[in-house]
Design a protein. Structure first.
Length: 510
């Protein structure tokens, strides 16, 4: 049986439209719409149809081949469906005016082939898939798409300029490991064409070389590359999406249309980054799961006599710093010998408290985290962060302090150092702002840095000289014959604020 994948437009972002439209439609005369969907043999097949009222903004999905109650009005429709035997897939879109009992049909027998390939071809050893999305040209929510093996995808033509077609091709290696991934796309505007026959050029793509390590995460991982349109072209966003699985550790290259892309990885934990721009003809390298997963995020800030903890994450990946981890722990705020806030949190909790702070003075915020449910041998299993800072509750401003991000050099794909070797660890000084112009970020600079490492899970800590060269701080670790190394750093700024960052089982020695 041929493989096909039907994909609908995102429902979550459209809920407000549905609610708004529903209240408007209640005062409008009711009608009904029956959308019949016929496969390439003329047999009715069930599917969903995206239905958008262009006046009331009411949006919903209805089932094909049965009457659906709708207010009278003008609608944009889009759908995709698979033949009853599963050996063909069709997309289509057209408009309809509902007045009383109204019927319309999407007939796959009118479909024309969508043939898309890459030039030059990546060669043999690949699964070659083709995808197509029919979308409303006004960026309305009526859009539906589907993917199928090359030679099995069809589009129903439409001369209406209210619609457009985005199409693309994807090549994924059949082998469980090794081989590049390829995706190329294009958009036809001003109507839905009578079929597509396109060879898209490799030279117009951007390349991302990924080294996905293991240790902080392990096992089978799902990698996702999602396009972010900068020009309001939601149709191309739908077509530009690549997902696949690989066993950690692994390395591969992904070749994509240029533009802004979000990259994510999900295995035991889910991690992702914000959108980054990747230029045509350029190659970018990404190292994921690099030791160390440790405290990161945005520093706390005061806001009208409250302290907002910010987006502190006890286990942030250096490259994909956002997302949740299976971590529990504790958080505590003290001032003048009194505990102002204390909470033990579970892996499902959000650290989003904002306790009231009584006066200007020195405060200490401590956070601990421990990851749970991990396979044996996992790294970055627990961490802690202690922030000692001066805060004035009368000002809306971010606290001073630095969060240390540890970057050990010369580790292998499993984040292991050689036995009895020395490892240089870069100490990144992180002070992420709030992205809120009403919250002032205070100027600051580093006064001193102290560093330690442990080879016995914290029973003994060995001092390591922190050195500054070329604007970068580093420490040197003398590795044991085997085992794990934990890392700690205390940074003091010129205003007297200090922070201590600790990660246990930061990297392995083997």
């Amino acid at each position: 049986m041929r493989r096909t994948t039907a994909v609908a437009s995102a429902v979550t972002v459209l809920v407000p439209l549905l609610l708004t439209g529903a209240s408007t439609a209640s005062a409008t005369a009711k009608g009904s719409l029956t959308v019949t969907t016929l496969d390439r043999s003329g047999k009715p097949v069930p599917t969903q149809v995206a239905v958008y009222n262009t006046r009331t903004n009411d949006f919903r999905y209805i089932d094909s081949n049965k009457a659906a109650s709708l207010p009278n009005g003008s609608y944009e429709l889009a759908t995709s469906f698979v033949d009853a035997r599963g050996d063909g897939a069709t997309v289509g879109g057209h408009s309809v005016t509902v007045s009383g009992s109204t019927k319309t049909t999407f007939d796959a027998r009118k479909g024309r082939p969508v043939n898309v390939s890459l030039s030059p071809s990546p060669g043999s050893g690949y699964d070659h898939m083709v995808s197509a999305y029919v979308c409303a040209a006004d960026n309305g929510p009526a859009q539906m798409g589907i993917s199928a093996e090359a030679g099995d995808l069809y589009v129903i033509p439409s001369s209406s300029k209210a619609y457009e077609l985005s199409y693309g091709t994807t090549y994924q290696p059949r082998a469980a490991a090794g081989g590049d991934f390829w995706q190329a796309t294009a958009t036809h505007r001003g109507g839905v064409p009578s079929g597509v026959s396109a060879k898209l050029k490799k030279s117009g793509l951007t390349s991302v070389k990924v080294s996905a390590r293991s240790g902080p995460d392990s096992g089978l991982a799902q990698f996702s590359f999602s396009y972010q349109s900068t020009g309001g072209d939601g149709c191309s966003m739908s077509t530009n999406s690549l997902q696949f699985q690989r066993e950690l550790p692994d390395h591969f290259a992904v070749h994509l249309p240029p533009g802004q892309w979000n990259v994510s990885q999900q295995s035991n934990d889910f991690i992702y980054a914000g959108a980054h721009n990747y230029a045509a003809g350029k190659t970018t390298s990404l190292t994921l799961d690099h030791a160390v997963w440790g405290p990161g995020g945005r520093l706390p800030n005061t806001w009208y006599h409250q302290l907002y903890f910010g987006s502190l994450n006890p286990f942030a990946d250096p490259t994909l710093p956002y997302g949740g981890t299976l971590a529990g722990g504790s958080v505590k705020l003290t001032h003048a010998g009194k505990t102002l806030y204390s909470h033990n949190y579970s892996p499902s909790d959000q650290i989003d408290a904002h306790p009231r702070i009584p006066e200007a003075g020195w405060y200490t915020l401590t956070q601990t985290g421990r990851r749970s449910g991990l396979p044996s041998g996992s790294l970055s299993t627990s961490s802690s962060l202690s922030l000692h800072f001066y805060a004035n509750p009368g000002n809306n401003e971010q606290i001073r302090d630095y969060i240390t991000r540890f970057w050990p050099d010369a580790l292998n794909a499993r984040n292991q150092a050689a036995p009895r070797s020395t490892t240089t660890v870069a100490l990144g000084m992180q002070r992420n702002g709030t992205d809120d112009s009403s919250v002032r970020q205070l100027s600051d600079s580093v006064k001193s840095v102290r560093a330690w490492y442990t080879t016995d899970n914290g029973t003994t800590w060995h001092a390591a000289a922190a050195k500054l060269s070329g604007g970068k701080w580093t420490m040197t670790v003398h590795n044991p014959a085997s085992g794990r190394v934990g890392l700690r750093s205390t940074v003091t700024d010129t205003h007297g604020d200090s922070s201590t960052t600790t990660v246990y089982n930061a990297y392995a020695v083997s």
